[in-house]
Design a binder for this molecule. Sequence first.
Ligand code: C5P
Length: 222
Amino acid sequence: DRPRPLHGRRVLVTAGPTREAIDPVRFIGNRSSGRMGFALAEAFGARGADVILVTGPVARPAPAVAELVQVETALEMDAAVMARVADADIFVAAAAVADYRPAEVAADKIKKQMDELVIRLVKNPDILARVAARRPRPFVVGFAAETSQLEQHAVAKLHGKGLDMIAANQVGAEEGGFDAADNALLVLWAGGQHSFPLMPKPQLADRLVDLIVERYLASTPR
Ligand code: C5P
């Protein structure tokens, strides 16, 4: 039997993309598959945690968790997280949340009349930064998907958002990242860093969760 170091702890995980409606039939989305977030939820569960998984729309079956919350938009994900974060010991933001949403959602399907169409976008709340700003707060882990200067951007996000840990991955490269079965990660925290080579996401999630548990237990006198 595997040790259950998170027995009695609550872990809140976000996963998948969000969809931001343009009109009743169209949305702005992204290529997140939900694989990494789902694999993390599963790995936390295997270590004894009560896992709450808040997920955007994905095409794969969700793992068995204590609570599954299915949302569509960033605003819905934000509300679902804020309603549950007070009880969480660890928060992991693996969702690819849309940074912007259309300022207005057209009530009727937009017709192709004009040669050009401008859709004005407004900023969505940064769920991860909002959780990190709370006091008291859970142990907070974010992700950073970057197309260049991986470490610099990750360090900036670790400090800028006030996180306990950040897991950065290169996207737009040949292998790994969004909508891929495999991934590689550079993980940073205040006292150190660790890099995981390219491997299947379930295996990577397992090793990342071991590192999160180690840092979480070291960082808190709970
Ligand atoms: O700033 P950036 O979007 O690159 O940060 C990525 C991290 O922030 C991920 O952990 C993602 O889940 C989280 N995030 C969030 N809410 C947003 C945007 C990003 O929780 N609106």
